[in-house]
Design a protein around this ligand. Structure first.
Ligand code: PHE
Length: 469
């Protein structure tokens, strides 16, 4: 495997390259911006008390997320393989061991597990496109919107149907290859999402309790912060940036040599954080204005927005567009979640992309059935982690399958993956290799190396140890 160097001493990608720097930025942004920003961030910020949690999340994004993302891209571009093979190859080349491939392997597994429930929630957004367009929310009361949501997720056939539909769409795109189609979608989707969020922000500023929402999100009350919420904030920084599991590493493998890794990472991190904060700024004023529960949980965005928009002129239209864009955002993220597994199957077992997409996608669909049913028929099947079911801040039950898979992947696997990736890039890879990829040894390089060698790994370890002990 080490003999496949290109003539200039650099390896070349097995799957082709991004057509331009912009194409790469779009793909990474498409992967980063998704349900994490609009569905997950607001609901976990609500469950973890707002302000202090948001602040910790922002620190994690900058001090840990940035160096991990840069490390992933540089490893991917230097290895030019799927995450498993890149880690094995570089591990050997840098004089360590091929065992680093297990980090890639854990990423492949994390992607499969995350997509199994991600697809279920993405299915909800598809359902909400139809529901919004049908006008059921026009003038509806909070009780009605809540009942509508409860009845939907309580019906396993519907939830499984939309999960199936979403996985079908994802498999379709992945089967067609890395370069085609999607870049175009992201180019239109991310700006459209931004504009729509700004329109909704205008609405929320005038009709919601904006001051209250702002205070909730940005006035930290550190009394509410536990190590557990710090771990959730850290886990979410990984989840929302698509890092710690090799998605960005897999994309980095198709990146041309001359693209700046620092510049790309900064742009993606900024866009992703902006969209998450905007979504929360839209949602919380409406939560307060309608007397909803900030700690509502996974149903938060599916109840708050239809309710508020149902009272706004043209609400059915805006609500439909909103869920269409959210479905697109979920779609481009789902593709990133599958990429490490698919690239691995293609390279390792010499399958075509289409075969790999169907195999992996089928497995994910099957696993997803468990999460889909954890909201209805299996809702009493609870184990392992503790959760707060009524939003009063007291952990009063064990988690469902969905809760457990989400916790295990976001809060354990991704941070652990990120820890090993930064240790690899910061300590195992020699200075020359990383400086070569990051373009020299100036101030940015020194800052990256400091973060990747010390701040990020130590930060992750401290949070993990304190939260699980
Ligand atoms: N970042 C995506 C989101 O916020 C989820 C994701 C995680 C995508 C990991 C790819 C890899 O929705």
């Amino acid at each position: 495997m080490l003999s496949d160097q290109a003539g200039d001493g650099k390896r070349t990608s097995l799957h082709g390259f991004w057509s331009s720097r912009m194409a790469f930025i779009l793909a990474v942004t498409g992967s980063a911006v998704g349900l994490g920003n609009i569905w997950k961030f607001p609901y976990i910020a609500g469950q973890n008390g707002g302000g202090a949690f948001v602040l910790v999340y922002l620190f994690c994004v900058v001090l840990i997320g940035m160096p991990v993302m840069m490390s992933e891209i540089l490893i991917g571009r230097r290895g030019r393989r799927n995450p498993v093979a890149s880690m094995a190859l570089l591990g050997e080349e840098e004089g360590s061991s091929r065992n680093w491939q297990w980090v890639g392997g854990m990423g492949v597994l994390a992607g499969i597990l995350i997509l199994s429930y991600y697809s279920v929630i993405a299915g909800w957004t598809l359902e909400y496109v139809a529901k919004s367009a049908s006008g059921v929310f026009t003038g509806a009361s909070a009780d009605l919107v809540g009942a509508e949501f409860g009845a939907f997720i309580g019906d396993w056939r519907k939830v499984v149907l939309v999960h199936t539909l979403f996985m079908g769409l994802t498999i379709f795109v992945v089967a067609r290859g890395v370069e085609r189609g999607l870049e175009q979608l992201v180019k239109f989707m991310v700006p459209a999402l931004l504009v729509l969020l700004l329109v909704l922000l205008g609405y929320s500023m005038t009709s919601g309790h904006f001051g209250e929402g702002l205070a909730f999100l940005f006035m930290p009350d550190f009394g509410k912060l536990t190590w557990e919420s710090v771990l959730v904030a850290l886990g979410h920084a990984f989840f929302t940036l698509s890092i710690g599991m090799g998605a960005i590493m897999a994309y980095g493998a198709y990146l041309p040599e001359d693209t700046s890794i620092t510049g790309t990472s900064t742009a993606v991190v900024a866009a992703d954080t902006l969209i998450a904060l905007l979504a929360a700024l839209v949602i919380f004023p409406l939560v307060f204005a309608n007397d909803l529960n900030t700690a509502e949980g996974p149903g938060l965005v599916f109840q708050t927005l239809p309710l508020a928009l149902g009272q706004m002129p043209g609400g059915a239209f805006f609500s439909t567009i909103f869920f269409v864009l959210l479905s697109f955002a979920a779609w481009t993220s789902a593709i990133g979640l599958m990429e490490p597994a698919v690239a691995w199957i293609v390279e390792q077992f010499k399958k075509t992309r289409a075969q790999a997409a169907v195999m992996i996608g089928g497995l994910i669909w099957l696993l997803g059935l468990c999460s889909a049913m954890s909201f209805n028929v299996l809702s009493d099947f609870r184990f392992l982690i503790n959760v707060d079911t009524d939003g009063d801040g007291i952990m009063d039950a064990k988690g469902t399958i969905f809760d457990n898979v989400d916790y295990l992947t976001s809060n354990i696997m991704l941070p652990l993956g990120g820890l090993l990736i930064t240790v690899f890039a910061g300590w195992v890879m020699c200075r020359n290799s990383t400086a070569d990829e990051l373009g020299g040894s100036g101030g940015f390089y020194t800052a990256w190396r400091l973060l990747a060698r010390f701040i990020a790994p130590i930060g992750i370890l401290v949070v993990l140890i304190n939260a699980v002990s």
